[in-house]
Design a protein around this ligand. Structure first.
Ligand code: GLY
Length: 541
């Protein structure tokens, strides 16, 4: 079973499984296809994380193919007329991290797959060559991006891709011939992305837009295998992503706080105001800790480990009040000054893929170019380049594109990986995978993945009901509880009565989730918010 956020991407993965590929083959082919059909979210110009469960050997391996900051990148590059210009980390050449996607996916296929790399890459190349109907999600992202895209030469290729003066509408074929040629070259050899003409074109696009990346940066890029982050919860074992993601540790921290509040969330009722309030309060502690402590640094790693200490979780749980929120200074321990963002911005790109095959192998993979269409730069080879540099703290006093302020542990620095919120997760009962979850939406990935997991494994919903339920998001700062438009009026009023300042969600978040039922049937959910659909032979209704 494959659950991606675009039906065609899921079908590509299901086709690989039907042809005898395993979960890893399917996840790789699905990720490559997703980057073609949904370029606002992901692609070979970006990077990601993957958890890979090998059922036969009972081993879990975790891969980090996130972008790194170029070797010549200097924090002073973002200073204009004596002040940091945060837009430089969001758009243009300085915003682009060295992409890890192609080497990362090739490593996954080489290490765990059983099909040829070419077989996995060719569906994506064909989709780019033949075109696919523009999805609703891509069309709405195109409208938003075109409205703000500067009329300057570096952005002309994206303007063309999105339809220019008449934004590409839903259903209009999205044909990407330049990307098709690039993917053909990569299908022959994934290293083609990192050397020769494709690498030269990429560096030229970045440097023409003010960036400092070199072909040496591309040649040096290395995916990293990391120890999984494990947690225990309600008789299950949860495996998730360690630093450089904040997602895994905040997910486990929040579950740990919820368990120690003594509050019976099930008795309160799924989707009840009190349950949503308690969940939001727990995530606020996690996000306060993220703000203060986490990053791809020794201090960030040490801090992440300390966040899961039992005594600390108990202290935070004891602060959660059923009847009201707290002043922001009371979340986490010694939280920093409240961040600079006035409100929580839209959720941006990213794409999550879950695959479980008939042998019980599983992959939970999240991939991203960060914001919609990343840096807004497209190479001559049709590759949309990420703007992952915005996930660093360019300056700890400023908010990034997701409204997150971050600490010195996540300062932009050459060779570092920016702190992520991506939360690819697998759940185990004994030695068997029983679930896969993850999502898209910047920091909302964490709160949304958490709520979908609670929906199934605490509240007893089926996978689809858990994914479709209205979600809330609070990232500690700004002090705003983001709600969805279908949240019931009485629930809204009860949340406001507890002190929450409610705002309506803008933009699209998505969670993909697979649940293996005790009878072996897999329930599959691709989030309807983004128009996804799962695919596979055994899809439970
Ligand atoms: N770029 C989104 C994230 O990694 O959190």
């Amino acid at each position: 079973m494959v659950a991606a956020d675009h039906p065609i991407a899921s079908q590509v993965g299901a086709g690989v499984l039907a042809d005898g590929g395993n979960a890893i083959d399917a996840a790789v082919a699905t990720a490559l296809a997703a980057g073609v059909v949904s370029p606002a979210s992901s692609g070979i110009g970006g990077g990601g994380f993957a958890l890979v469960w090998d059922a036969a050997s009972g081993s879990l391996r975790v891969y980090d193919f996130r972008e790194v900051a170029p070797a010549a990148l200097d924090p002073s590059d973002f200073v204009v007329d004596g002040a940091v210009d945060p837009l430089l980390a969001r758009r243009g050449g300085l915003a682009v991290g060295v992409p890890g996607e192609a080497r990362g996916l090739a490593l996954l296929a080489r290490t765990h797959g059983r099909m040829s790399w070419r077989r996995l890459a060719m569906p994506a190349a064909r989709l780019a060559r033949d075109g696919t109907p523009t999805s609703w999600f891509t069309a709405q992202a195109a409208v938003q991006v075109l409205a703000k895209l500067p009329d300057a030469p570096p952005y002309a290729p994206l303007r063309d891709l999105l339809g220019g003066a008449t934004p590409r509408r839903r259903g209009v074929p999205l044909v990407r011939p330049a990307l098709a040629a690039t993917l053909l070259a990569i299908a022959a050899d994934p290293e083609a992305f990192y050397r020769g003409k494709l690498a030269d074109d990429l560096v030229a696009a970045v440097r023409a837009a003010g960036g400092v990346m070199t072909t040496d940066d591309l040649a040096a890029y290395t995916p990293v295998e990391r120890p999984p982050l494990w947690g225990a919860w309600r008789g299950l074992r949860i495996a998730t992503m360690p630093i450089p993601s904040s997602g895994g540790v905040i997910l486990l921290e929040t579950l740990g706080i919820l368990d120690r509040t003594g509050v019976d969330l099930v008795a309160l009722g799924a989707d009840s105001a009190v349950a949503l309030h308690v969940i939001a309060e727990a995530t606020k502690h996690g996000f306060a800790d993220r703000t203060r402590l986490l990053g791809d640094s020794d201090s960030g790693r040490a801090a992440a480990a300390a966040l899961l200490d039992d005594a600390r979780l108990r202290r935070l749980a004891a602060k959660v009040r059923l009847d009201r929120t707290q002043p922001l200074a009371d979340y986490g321990e010694s939280p920093p000054a409240v961040g600079a963002a006035a409100r929580v911005p839209g959720p941006g790109g990213t794409s999550h893929i879950c695959v479980i095959d008939a042998e019980g192998n599983a992959v939970s993979l999240t991939t991203t170019v960060n914001g919609y269409f990343g840096s807004k730069l497209v190479t001559a080879g049709g590759v949309v380049l990420n703007n992952q540099i915005d996930d660093f703290a360019i300056d700890p006093t400023l908010a990034n594109g997701f409204g997150l302020t971050q600490s010195a542990a996540n300062l932009v620095a050459p060779g570092q990986r920016p702190l992520s919120s991506m939360t690819p997760t697998l759940l185990f009962d004994g030695g068997r995978v029983v679930g896969c979850a993850g999502g898209s939406g910047g920091p909302r990935i964490i709160s949304n993945t958490l709520q979908a997991i609670l929906g199934v494994w605490l509240f007893g919903k089926d996978a689809r009901a858990a994914v479709e339920a209205p979600r809330v998001h609070h990232q500690w700062s700004p002090d705003e509880l983001v709600i969805e438009s279908d949240l019931a009026p009485d629930v809204r009023r009860a949340l406001e009565a507890r002190g929450h300042r409610l705002t309506l969600s803008t933009g699209v978040t998505a969670v993909q989730l697979l649940r293996v039922r005790p009878d072996g049937v897999i329930e599959a959910a691709s989030d309807p918010r983004k128009g996804g659909a799962p695919a596979g032979p055994d899809a439970a209704p």
